[in-house]
Design a protein around this ligand. Structure first.
Ligand code: CTP
Ligand code: CA
Length: 225
């Protein structure tokens, strides 16, 4: 580790990584969430720290331990995640791996909502802030490199390319969440991605999330050379 760190362009650089799902409360016992184990984001945080970066991991609820040498900030909702990310700035790079819930319930009931004899609770959804888009749109405090992930189930690279433009981020990692039997990416240990930048695209074969993380961390290190 020490020798890899010594010559690393990430040495002393501050990188923010978001990971895991967000939980959007409906009432004290219920929430809206996305499927996400946090494994890919945590593996990336560990890989970046291994290359000498100072890593702030802003994490939604997961069952994972904080990687060695990484500072973790625990959050629940998308709005908490955005506040923690903004509080962690300035940063040289930011990588948004989190599966942020796109919507939250407009009002949070103070007491548990009880089943009604007739009818259903009236859930009104509102859109959550987009952390990746917010980071990309920053002026003075915009990280030099802003990277997003795009989990797609069809037309993966086309959708991801469009997403990179829409979000104004520098790179996007297109994540095919439909590969394998029954979509084994979510919660699984393996992943298959394509890195999309303004310069071009490179596809990495299906591999462990640790290997994908190491490859992406190496690309990020190259960017700072
Ligand atoms: N993201 C974010 N904040 C949000 C939603 C998404 O930071 N509120 C980030 C994710 O962490 C990811 C990227 O944006 O890096 C793409 O997320 P994705 O859900 O694929 O894109 P959306 O724009 O939400 O589009 P959709 O879910 O409709 O495909
Ligand atoms: Ca989304």
């Amino acid at each position: 580790f020490e020798s890899r760190r010594a010559g690393s362009a990430l040495s002393g650089k501050h990188v923010i990584v978001t990971a895991g799902p967000t939980h959007e409360p409906i009432d004290p016992v219920r929430y809206i969430a996305n499927r996400s184990s946090g494994k890919q984001g945590y593996a990336l945080a560990a890989a970046l720290a291994g290359l000498g970066a100072r890593v702030t991991l802003v994490s939604g609820p997961t069952a994972l331990d904080c990687p060695d040498g990484v500072e973790r900030i625990d959050v629940e909702s998308a709005r908490d995640m955005l506040a923690a990310v903004e509080g962690a700035l300035p940063a040289d790079a930011a990588v948004c791996v989190a599966a942020v819930a796109d919507w939250r319930s407009e009002g949070v009931a103070g007491q548990k909502i009880k089943k009604q004899k007739d009818g259903l609770p009236d859930l009104h959804l509102v859109e959550n802030p987009d952390i990746l888009k917010t980071l990309s749109a920053l002026k003075e405090s915009r990280p030099d490199l802003v990277v997003g992930f795009a989990a797609e189930t069809e037309n993966v690279t086309e959708h991801a390319r469009a997403k990179r433009e829409r979000k104004d981020c520098d790179w996007i990692v297109a994540n095919d969440v439909s590969f394998g039997e029954g979509g084994s990416v979510m919660g699984g240990d393996r992943n298959a991605v394509t890195l999309i930048t303004a310069e071009g695209e490179v596809s990495w074969p299906e591999a462990d999330k640790e290997q994908i993380a190491a490859q992406l961390a190496a690309e990020i290190e190259k960017h700072f050379r």
